[in-house]
Design a protein around this ligand. Structure first.
Ligand SMILES: [Zn+2]
Length: 300
């Protein structure tokens, strides 16, 4: 099974890091913190229900830092960030889904690609959080769930840059498909693309019905192919990817491989390698090399 193989890779990496004592835990939040690249804290947050276990990444530069995604928002994430860095920081969401944004309530404002502004704003309700976070789970207490609080959203576009000082930047790269505003941040100095759910090997999800509303044309395999084509022209700028789920340090060969998967799906949507069951939904899976995409025919 493809999914088992891919998630095994991430699970093996985690087990090896834990066994080597390369994990740090803090009292303020029930997460695990790993450092796989200099100045980068990768924060592993267990799923309380919907969505898979998710990564956040805190990237620290000479003058400023950026928190990439806010996970499920369990525990005091703000205290954690401010323990890990004494620099001023911004918060960026790779896309609007709850497993990457529920911790937004702990911060004053977040940045997100313009095309995901509306669904993020619509999800900013107490009920939106309750659907995702059960009151009880084995690794946190109800008091670890911060109260709902509205926050500011700053919409940004492809090419927007966070300046970390000393010539270090993180540049927004728009890779739609999983969501309309799905984006990564490119760290040229460390040669890492923080890719959220836009490019990952768990696989990339483009399934379920095509959503209604604006920017729906950006939520298809065709749109994903176009974004990956553009990204293929920038492969000399990074070596590895740190996604929002699963294995960290994915080789950049996943970009041409996933582009080939998109081409195969578009050429023959009825052919697939495997089926993914995700709650009530089913996704068809195509896979080539590092690339794998779970799709539904209405999203091609
Ligand atoms: Zn996700």
């Amino acid at each position: 099974m493809i999914i088992e193989q891919q998630s095994r890779l991430g699970a093996e990496q985690l087990a090896a890091l834990r066994a080597a004592g390369q994990v740090r835990r803090y009292d303020c939040a029930p997460v695990e913190v790993f450092t796989l690249a200099e100045g980068v804290y990768s924060i592993y947050s267990k799923s309380p229900g919907l969505g898979g276990d998710a990564w956040m990444h805190l990237v620290t530069g000479p003058e400023r830092a950026v928190l990439i995604d806010t996970g499920f928002g369990i525990g005091d994430l703000r205290a954690l960030v401010e323990t890990l860095t004494d620099k001023p920081y911004d918060v960026f969401n790779t896309h609007f889904h709850g497993d990457h944004t529920l911790g937004n309530v702990q911060f004053d404002r977040v940045f997100i690609h313009r095309y995901d502004l509306r669904p993020l704003a619509d999800s900013m309700t107490p009920d939106g959080r309750k659907a995702f976070i059960p009151q009880e789970a084995d690794y946190y207490r109800p008091s670890d769930i911060p109260p709902f609080r509205p926050y500011g959203i700053v919409p940004v576009d492809a090419g927007f840059t966070f300046d970390l000082g000393g010539g270090e930047t993180l540049e927004l790269v728009h890779i739609p498909g999983h969501s309309a505003g799905c984006s990564g941040l490119l760290d040229r100095r460390r040669r890492i693309l923080f890719s959220g759910d836009a490019v990952c090997c768990t696989p990339t999800f483009i399934f379920g019905p095509l959503p209604e509303g604006e920017y729906r044309e950006y939520q298809t395999v065709r749109a994903y192919r176009d974004g990956l084509r553009a990204l293929s022209g920038r492969l000399e700028e990074f070596d590895v990817l740190f996604p929002g789920h699963g294995y960290l340090g994915v080789p950049k060969e996943i970009v041409p491989d996933t582009l080939a998967v998109c081409g195969a799906i578009i050429a023959a949507p009825a052919q697939y390698d495997d089926v993914l069951h995700f709650g009530p939904r089913e996704g068809l899976i195509r896979k080539i090399g590092w690339g794998s995409v779970a799709y539904s025919k209405e999203r091609v």
